[in-house]
Design a protein around this ligand. Structure first.
Ligand code: IMP
Ligand code: MG
Length: 174
């Protein structure tokens, strides 16, 4: 089935909001080094853009998890596909995600990272779909709250496509 993409957030809107979050993070972490943990693959575009706008010292690491289940739904069973390269001991960890949907993936991930002895763990997501939440997760920085629609772009995919779109679009099947 062919799908079409309808613009939800333009490139300018996303860039402006990322600058604002970068400024906020720079203020909140003044005098500290922030360790960005990117959740692959979706979080990668957002993390790069955000990291460039943070003015306190930054280090980065990557992790990849997969949730078993269908293509547009996460099942809640999370498997680590690629673990972090570095220890989190005493670091100010900021997890960077593309989207919080049910919250299942993040809830599992945050508990696991917390058990590795960081100074603190916070969560920053580009998008949040609060209507879809099943598991409660505390989001410290949110780019945009969006309606319950399947979105792509800025790292988010549909069937591995559209991650490279420089804006956020809704996938329409009609
Ligand atoms: P959660 O565990 O349900 O919060 O969702 C985890 C993952 O599902 C996200 O990190 C995304 O990879 C994927 N996901 C959820 N909603 C969307 C969407 O609208 N578009 C693309 N991927 C999504
Ligand atoms: Mg993700």
């Amino acid at each position: 089935m062919a799908e079409r993409i309808e613009v939800l957030l333009t490139e300018q809107e996303v860039d402006k909001r990322i600058q604002e979050i970068g400024d906020q993070i720079s203020r909140d972490y003044a005098g500290k080094q922030v360790h960005l943990v990117c959740v692959l693959k979706g979080g990668s575009f957002f993390m790069c853009e955000l990291a460039k706008r943070i003015t306190v010292p930054v280090s980065i690491d990557f992790m990849s998890v997969s949730s078993y289940g269908g293509d547009t739904k996460s099942s809640g069973v999370v498997r680590i596909v690629k673990d972090l390269d570095e220890s989190l001991k005493d670091k100010h960890v900021l997890v960077i995600e593309d989207i919080v949907d049910s919250g299942r993936t993040l809830s599992y991930l945050l508990d696991m990272l917390q058990s590795r002895g960081p100074a603190d763990v916070k969560l920053c997501t580009l998008l949040d779909k609060p209507d879809r939440r099943v598991v409660d997760v505390k989001v410290d920085y949110t780019g945009f709250e969006i309606p319950d629609e399947f979105v792509v772009g800025y790292g988010l995919d549909y069937d591995q496509k559209y991650r490279n779109l420089p804006y956020i679009g809704i996938v329409k099947f009609d």
